[in-house]
Design a protein around this ligand. Structure first.
Ligand code: FAD
Length: 805
């Protein structure tokens, strides 16, 4: 075994081997993989090997697509058969909500260019004569889906990895990981030590224990999963073409052909966690004892859909452990707060995703940025609240819902609350219905009767519509108070702070105290990294606010770019400060009443920041907001939040000040064309493509400048536009294809209903030639094309008169 490598990949399951294979293939020969037993000896060897394109997320669907492409060509490349069968797959729907989910998937898949079509129950029957279509409304069909032999495909990638120069060591267990004084990783194994620049934790079932070696508590726990192979079935044996795989998510089952028979897989209603506190190191390639009683109901479900199985005996029942994370998606990418330590674990559908994630993660490690936006699987989407105990509770809810209808705003109660603002009880009393944002309980909307008016989540407008409409109207006409305590807040100070921040953002950092700048951070290609607002609060001192859910992501980026000379100091003040936002025309009067200071327009103009006494509490107040009304962001010491809140509510009593929620805020920000992080602002777009191109200052150096220069010389390939859509009951959401005639010319980044303007709005990227206001396009929502017209941005108060009032 080498004692020095560039990358050490821990774990020889399908994920680890794919990462090593891709790194070596793309030119990093100094790659070493360490596997404590034989390759595939964790979950991989037991997998059914189904590879589906279906995923609720646009980028994860691309990962799946990449896997299928790889698996189809691996044999030619390595000489090792992978047992790939292109069978096609059907996903059925038994209720209208599921049909809507499939409508979303249909439209989103078309953005990616996947071959997907609707199928009727009769058509399903023609494709799969053994199916009982009773109760089915329809389904989607992907002709290119298939299955692979998990062991063979891993072995093929292993052959490929070695061919390209990687070293694969089996029977070599990682026992500890340290940092050397020079900043490298020192990986200890039972066969000796190895020093390296990068570590990838692809430890599968053991990934949490490997993570613990470097002080991380990652939310991944093993649970049992069962699939049943039936005895030979005549009708299957006699066929000369493969039957398509069928997923009946409403019955929580999948069925596919395995040689002369069928396999039934199921996700039962109660997960059986398996060694939740840590899988024994010596477990390998052993099936677990199946518990038929535990899954009986779902076997019945299978027999209902495929009656032939009721007449056929079991040939083999496979029960094995799989890892589950709080939302069922894996944990990938740079591990916060470490440098050069990557995660590739927490996979529940790892065979489906291995080929793709190996490709994308290798690129991420080698180039520093992912080729596609992998935020949905980025481990930093979780904060410290998502520890072992959280996941232990959470997967009890997640596992039985792995096949639940996917739809936006499906806030689940499990493992909540985790983080609450001090005014939480006041919010509850005022009728808040909460969402969970990076662990924070944050009101989505308010209603007189929150129990009765809980949200009915779905892709169409729902029961929240009227509440949100009333809140938007209230903000527009009177005064609203929005809780944004969850904002990520970072204080940057020191003699080098200004120069450092100027390098971190494309914007010029304010030079005068009390000035605020919208200051996006870009990646090395010039694409959006982070949505940041910088306020100069003192000599060499800056207050930076970024998206709450991006806290770890953004602060990790900052930390990794800090100079070693101590000239810049970075303090995370997220949990020391709350933020209450006043928005609406009456708010200057309210603030004047609540404050001991002069807050007139002359004394406190738009776009500036001041220290004010709100009641007895000294606050940092920024005259700006995300909804486009006269407004103030009031940052205050967290321990004084109730005092600030009471002062504001008392001052606002005569002006009808009311709390409003996140849904109203999002509706209003769309009308203003304000960008949202990871919707409009992601790794695929530069500011030049958007309405914040003005934040790019080319007369200074900054990270990403070369990418911006390149784009300036080549011209932007796309432009962000605002479109008004002829929607009836379902607004665009994001990932909707945009059509010019029959051609897909772009994709929406976000959308919704603008209550102040009374319009259904989509933001999205299209070729510049189609970005002129007045251009007629179509936006496909839930499989249906809606007429859409490009309009000038912003739709609401284009001259910003209200904010500047
Ligand atoms: C019954 C069943 C059916 C399934 N069906 C499907 C399916 O149809 N489609 C699908 O996509 N997925 C399926 N899965 C899930 C799939 O098997 C997993 O998601 C996938 O195998 C995870 O791969 P992995 O490489 O992350 O982890 P693993 O396969 O668990 O590999 C991790 C490896 O790391 C090694 N390791 C851990 N710690 C150390 C250490 N300290 N030192 C050295 N080596 C270490 C382990 O020995 C192990 O080999 C199924 C799983 C089961 C159990």
């Amino acid at each position: 075994m080498k004692s020095q490598a560039r990358v050490v990949v821990i774990g020889g399951g399908c994920i680890g081997v794919s990462v090593a294979y891709h790194l070596a293939k793309y030119g990093w020969q100094d790659v070493v993989l360490l596997e404590k037993h034989e390759l595939t000896s964790g979950s991989t060897w037991m997998a059914a090997g189904n590879c589906s394109f279906f995923h609720g997320n646009y980028y994860c669907t691309q990962v799946n697509k990449k896997s299928v492409e790889l698996y189809q060509q691996l044999e030619a490349e390595t000489g090792q058969s992978v047992g790939w069968h292109t069978t096609g797959s059907i996903r059925t729907a038994s209720n209208p909500a599921r049909m809507e989910e499939l409508g979303y998937a249909y439209s989103m898949n078309r953005c990616i260019g996947l071959d997907v079509s609707w199928v009727t129950p009769d058509e399903m029957n023609a494709m799969h004569p053994l199916i009982n279509t009773e109760g089915l409304l329809g389904g989607l069909y992907w002709p290119d889906d298939g299955d692979v032999d998990p062991n063979s495909v891993t072995m093929a990638m292993n052959i490929g990895a070695k061919k390209y120069g990687a070293e694969i060591n089996t029977h070599t267990q990682v026992t500890g990981i340290d940092r050397t004084a020079s900043g490298e990783w020192l990986v200890h194994t039972d066969k000796g030590d190895i020093t390296c620049e990068y570590v990838v934790n692809a430890g599968g079932l053991w990934a949490p224990q490997v993570a613990k070696m470097v002080g991380l508590d990652i939310p991944s726990i093993a649970g049992e999963h069962t699939h049943i192979l039936f005895e030979a079935i005549d009708a299957v044996e006699k066929r000369d073409t493969y039957l398509p795989l069928v997923r009946d998510p409403d019955r929580s089952i999948y069925i596919r052909q395995e040689m002369d028979s069928l396999i039934l897989g199921l996700y039962e209603s109660k997960v059986k966690q398996w060694y939740p506190e840590g899988v024994p190191w010596d477990y390998a390639q052993t099936e677990l004892q199946p518990d038929i009683d535990h899954i009986a109901e779902f076997i019945e479900n299978g027999i209902y859909r495929f009656p032939i199985m009721g007449e056929t005996g079991f040939k083999h029942v496979t029960d094995g452990p799989i890892t589950y994370t709080p939302n069922g998606d894996p944990l990938v990418g740079p591990a916060y707060p470490l440098k050069n330590f990557f995660l590739a674990c927490g996979y529940s559908f790892g065979v489906t995703q291995a080929g793709g994630i190996g490709h994308y993660l290798a690129g991420w490690i080698m180039n520093g940025e992912p080729e596609i936006d992998l935020w949905p699987v980025d481990s930093r989407r979780y904060g410290s609240y998502a520890n072992w105990a959280y996941n232990h509770e959470k997967i009890e809810d997640t596992y039985p819902r792995l096949y639940a209808v996917i739809c936006p705003n499906d806030w689940r109660d499990a493992a909540r609350p985790n983080r609450t603002a001090p005014i939480y009880e006041y919010q509850k009393e005022a009728g808040a219905v909460f969402g969970d944002y990076f662990g924070w309980e944050c009101p989505n909307y308010f209603t007189a009767n929150p129990d009765e008016n809980r949200e009915n989540p779905g892709w169409k407008r729902n029961n929240t519509f009227d509440f949100v409409a009333a809140e938007c109207k209230h903000v527009m006409e009177k005064a609203g108070l929005i809780d944004l305590t969850r904002f990520a807040k970072t204080r940057i100070s020191g003699s080098g702070a200004e120069a450092w921040l100027n390098n971190m953002t494309c914007q010029k950092v304010p030079t005068k105290d009390g000035r605020i700048a919208l200051a996006p951070m870009l990646d090395h290609n010039g694409n959006f990294k982070s949505d940041m607002t910088v306020t100069k609060v003192g000599d060499g001192e800056y207050f930076c606010v970024t998206a709450s859910v991006g806290k770890r992501h953004d602060q990790h980026w900052m930390m990794q770019n800090l100079p070693d000379d101590g000239s810049v100091c970075m303090d995370d003040v997220t949990y020391q400060m709350g933020c209450l936002v006043l928005a609406g025309p009456k708010n200057r009067d309210i603030l004047a009443k609540a404050c001991y200071n002069d807050v007139s327009n002359a004394a406190f103009p738009f776009g500036t920041s001041r220290e004010l006494y709100v009641g007895r509490v000294k606050c940092r107040v920024n005259r700006m907001n995300y909804v486009g009304e006269l407004g103030y962001e009031i940052f205050h010491p967290i321990e004084s939040q109730i005092a600030v809140y009471q002062t504001l509510m008392a001052a606002g009593a005569g002006f009808d000040l009311k709390m409003v929620g996140m849904y109203a805020m999002d509706s209003m920000r769309l009308e203003k064309g304000y960008l949202a992080w990871k919707s409009e602002m992601n790794v695929h777009h530069t500011p030049l493509e958007t309405n914040v191109a003005w934040t790019v200052k080319m007369d200074k150096d900054f990270i990403g400048k070369a990418g911006i220069e390149k784009q300036k010389s080549e011209g932007v390939p796309r432009q962000l536009v605002c479109m008004v859509c002829a929607a009836e009951d379902a607004d665009p959401w994001g990932y909707n294809p945009i059509f010019n005639g029959d051609e897909i010319v772009g994709m929406t980044s976000s959308g919704g209903y603008g209550h102040r303007t009374g319009k259904s709005i989509a933001l999205g990227y299209v070729p510049p030639a189609l970005a002129e206001p007045g251009t007629k396009l179509d936006v496909e929502v839930l499989g249906k094309k809606l007429a859409a017209e490009v309009v000038a941005m912003p739709l609401y108060d284009p001259k910003n008169e209200k904010m500047k009032a």
